[in-house]
Design a protein around this ligand. Structure first.
Ligand code: PEP
Length: 251
């Protein structure tokens, strides 16, 4: 059975003291059987890493530069994220793609770097409302996967997660229905393990993101195809994030 993966993406929220407080509550919850990961802003990563260091809680960077070092004012490298304890990194979040022009080629460079450094790459993909309305969802997903994962072979992949996040569902309160999510998750699974021939042994998890809340998480997470959740807004509050984490363990 796949261990569920539940990631809280804190985006550009919370001061370091607030981030530490929430991290401490998550450490204290002691839940087994699910991999829980938090992605605080850069300024809180080190402080949070000190709080979670002897716990099962994982730490993720929200982004990094695809070069390893140099004159890139305002950027951080993956080695810097690893140095402060990140075992996971989000790559290609739709906000990065839409607001900061991140391309599939950038995503691909970052995925290679992360996997080379033994860091779990959480690759975010998903269609916009217009693309769904015009029937392009599957081709958008296929292009993002094809270009984002180009050059990877099953053997080179140690840790990988794909987050299906329809852009129209992120931060809007409009989640995908379980049927919509399952359809895309099946497509992604088929792409990885049938078309690309990745070994099932790599244990790539396919998680859903987009307005996941304590109210809708049960029906999404009980689907066999959905291996966990990437949670934005509802991860900023301990009670709502905890409710989602608990749901991931329910049959
Ligand atoms: C996200 O940031 O990846 C996300 C899914 O946000 P929200 O849960 O707020 O829609």
């Amino acid at each position: 059975m796949t261990t569920p993966l539940v990631i809280g993406n804190w985006k550009m929220n919370m001061l370091a003291s607030e981030a530490c407080h929430l991290a401490q509550s998550l450490v204290d919850m002691s839940v087994d059987g699910v991999d829980v990961v938090v992605a605080p802003p850069f300024t809180s990563l080190y402080a949070v890493s000190q709080i979670i260091k002897n716990s099962r809680l994982g730490l993720a960077g929200q982004n990094f530069h695809s070069e390893t070092k140099g004159a890139y004012t305002g950027e951080v490298s993956l080695e810097m994220l690893k140095d402060v304890g990140c075992g996971y990194v989000l790559i290609g979040h739709s906000e990065r793609r839409q607001l900061f022009g991140e391309s599939d080629a950038d995503v691909n460079k970052k995925v290679h770097l992360a996997l080379h450094m033994g860091i779990t790459a959480v690759v975010c993909i998903g269609e916009t409302q217009e693309q769904r309305a015009s029937g392009e969802t599957l081709s958008v997903i296929e292009t993002q996967l094809q270009q984002g994962l180009v050059g990877l072979s099953g053997e080179s992949i140690t840790h990988l997660a794909i987050a299906y996040e329809p852009v129209w569902a992120i931060g809007t309160g409009l989640n995908a229905t379980p049927e919509q999510a399952v359809e895309i998750h099946k497509y992604i699974r088929n792409f990885l393990f049938e078309s690309q021939g990745f070994s099932k042994k790599i244990g790539a998890r396919i998680i859903y993101g987009g307005s996941v809340t304590p109210e809708n998480c049960k029906e999404l997470l009980r689907e066999e195809e959905i291996d966990g959740a990437l949670v934005g807004g509802a991860s900023l509050n301990f009670e709502s994030f905890y409710a989602i984490i608990k749901s991931s363990l329910e049959p």
